[in-house]
Design a protein around this ligand. Structure first.
Ligand SMILES: [Zn+2]
Length: 203
């Protein structure tokens, strides 16, 4: 479906929305029409909230998660166990783990997975931050919660090398292998995630 024949202002909104993940031209048009039908104040609130999104959010300098303050509430929480550091690829995996209310350690959000085919190399991810966290000497166990995809496996071996070369005192473990191959942490159901965290394995 082409958006070319839409009236200009509608086409503009639909084209912006069509760049969002999961929205093709058809659903982008549907969303644009829904915005058009909104009362003016509500549409203004939507626009304003998109603008303030960038201004109000920052990356936590300790764990690289999205937050309103740096350090984020998790890193600022003195009751969290700093000896356990859980490494996740994306921020929504952190949310999935936090939702379980089971893990009381801290996190680091890598910002993605190594993916040579997509041109994502080590410099595009938060490995320097990881090195700094490990160099602080607080971390005893690094828990890999990167999922079970091929990119996750590659990223896990890269992390294992970093630890083996620079931080031999740190134990590396991973979520238990009950995770179905190809699974992403954020899509796992609560019980699977709980079990895989409880029965994590040394690597
Ligand atoms: Zn943080």
């Amino acid at each position: 479906m082409s958006l070319d024949r839409l009236p200009g202002p509608l086409r503009e909104v639909a084209e912006h929305l069509a760049r969002l993940p999961g929205l093709g031209p058809k659903s982008a048009l549907r969303a644009a029409l829904a915005l058009l039908k909104m009362p003016r104040e509500m549409a203004a609130a939507v626009g304003q909230s998109v603008l303030t999104l960038r201004e109000r959010l920052c990356l936590c300098g300790t764990c690289a998660s999205l937050a309103e303050q740096d350090p984020c509430p998790i890193c600022a929480d003195a009751s969290r166990n700093r000896e356990q550091l859980c490494l996740v690829a994306e921020w929504d995996s952190l949310l999935a783990l936090e939702e379980m209310n089971l893990f009381r350690g801290t996190y680091l959000v890598l910002g993605g997975l190594l993916s040579p085919l997509d041109g994502v190399g080590p410099s595009g991810l938060e490995f320097d931050l990881l090195r700094r966290r490990l160099a602080s000497g607080e971390v005893r166990e690094l828990i890999l919660a990167l999922g079970a995809t091929l990119d996750a496996e590659n990223t896990a071996s890269h992390v294992k090398n970093i630890v083996a070369q620079g931080f031999p005192g740190v134990t590396v473990s991973r979520l238990a292998q009950g995770i179905p191959m190809g699974a992403e942490v954020k899509y796992m159901d609560r019980e699977t995630l709980r079990q895989s965290l409880l029965h994590r394995q040394a690597v």
